[in-house]
Design a protein around this ligand. Structure first.
Ligand code: KG4
Ligand code: ZN
Length: 342
């Protein structure tokens, strides 16, 4: 089905609680994108349990890879290279994907390309926005990361700012737990906020003194917890929809302000968002409005490509592959891998 010049990447992602595999042609065409989500398994514990995640990955990974090949109507013979997330993430979870990718590479003799998970999230923007090319500014907001990044070229990044404490998604998850919504909190706060008043409670918009582009969400989380405690002490019934909406607005205001300031100050005309929190409906519409007002082109992946998936790893893997990046059989999982490091 493919011509000789096509580059077909088999991509594997297992950094957290999604066991995922995809086949991506020439970087931007997703032939298959299979995601086995473990969310139901972890919900009862109120968050991801690393050991359970690793065990489930090992159970599911071969099946998910086979499904990805079948759906793409290819076999391992057709694949050009194998891309795999090797960090950052949960070490035991990452090791499953890395080991399987190495085994496939060893058995087939096809090249192995280790991919940075955040590079994957950023690259998700290339899939549906066929004309998007670097340079642009990207806000990466996920359960583990909040980074404001200049994408200078494919695989070349300059980090302008990051969170000093909690990631944006982590704040959503913690606040959701405090108001009794359960895990994962982001989508639940997103939904409940639609019934609440975002101006009902005034929560802080944190600034980090030393850096214009850094973020801090732990103060906001504490402010929400204090508000809940003081309501309880005063016997005031909490309107959880108002809390959710006011908290969400406080997060979004800071994300929008920092991002737009960076795009303007550095003179870029394109801005993208990535990561699980980028699927938040209020965040997307806030950026849509701001970018329109300021004539900035705004890009975002579909929700399914915002949360963890392997298609984004296939896209990032493709650009690494054509640059000549190859990983050896000593590739290891690196739980705290920094963006731009190899
Ligand atoms: O990118 P992702 O799937 O995994 C990481 O790499 O961390 O992000 C998961 C995070 C979770 O914290 C989840 O609550 C958050 O993304 N999230 C959302 C929404 N959907 C997922 N946060 C806010 N609104 C959403 N709609
Ligand atoms: Zn992720």
């Amino acid at each position: 089905m493919e011509t000789n010049n096509d580059v077909l990447i088999l991509a594997i992602e297992s950094s957290c609680d999604e066991t995922a595999a995809a086949v991506v042609r020439n970087g931007r065409e997703v032939l298959s994108n299979i995601i086995f989500s473990q969310i139901d398994l972890h919900t009862i514990y109120g968050g991801v349990v690393p050991e359970i995640a690793s065990r489930k990955h090992i159970e599911k990974i071969n099946q998910v890879i086979q499904e990805a090949l079948d759906k793409a109507e290819v076999t391992l013979d057709d694949i050009t290279a194998i891309a795999v997330t090797y960090g950052p993430g949960l070490v035991g979870a990452l090791l499953v994907g890395v080991s399987v990718a190495k085994a496939i590479s060893f058995a087939t003799g096809k090249p192995l390309v280790g991919v940075h998970h955040i590079e994957g999230h950023i690259s998700a923007n290339f899939i549906e926005n066929k004309d998007l090319e670097p340079p642009f500014v990207c806000l990466v907001v996920s359960g583990g990361h909040t980074h404001l990044v200049v994408v200078k070229d494919y695989g070349e990044y300059e980090i302008l700012g990051y969170t000093r404490d909690d990631a944006a998604g982590e704040a959503f998850d913690k606040v959701a737990r405090a108001i009794g919504l359960g895990y994962p909190g982001g989508p639940k706060i997103d939904k409940l906020s639609k019934e609440g008043n975002a101006d009902a409670i005034s929560f802080p918009r944190a600034k980090v003194d030393s850096s214009e582009y850094d973020f801090s969400f732990s103060g906001l989380k504490s402010a929400v917890l204090n508000y809940l405690n003081s309501c309880e002490m005063k016997n005031i019934k909490v309107n959880t929809a108002d809390v959710a909406a006011s908290f969400q607005k406080a997060v979004i205001d800071v994300l929008v302000e920092h991002s737009i300031a960076a795009v303007k100050q550095y003179g870029f005309t394109k801005f993208a968002i990535a990561g699980g929190v980028a699927s938040n409906s209020a965040l997307r519409s806030a950026f849509e409005q701001e970018c329109k007002k300021r004539r900035i082109e705004f890009f975002h992946p579909s929700p399914i490509l915002c949360t963890d998936n392997a298609a984004m790893i296939g896209t990032a893997g493709y650009y690494e592959y054509i640059k000549g990046t190859r990983s050896g059989y000593d590739l290891n999982a690196i739980p705290n891998l920094k963006l731009g490091e190899r």
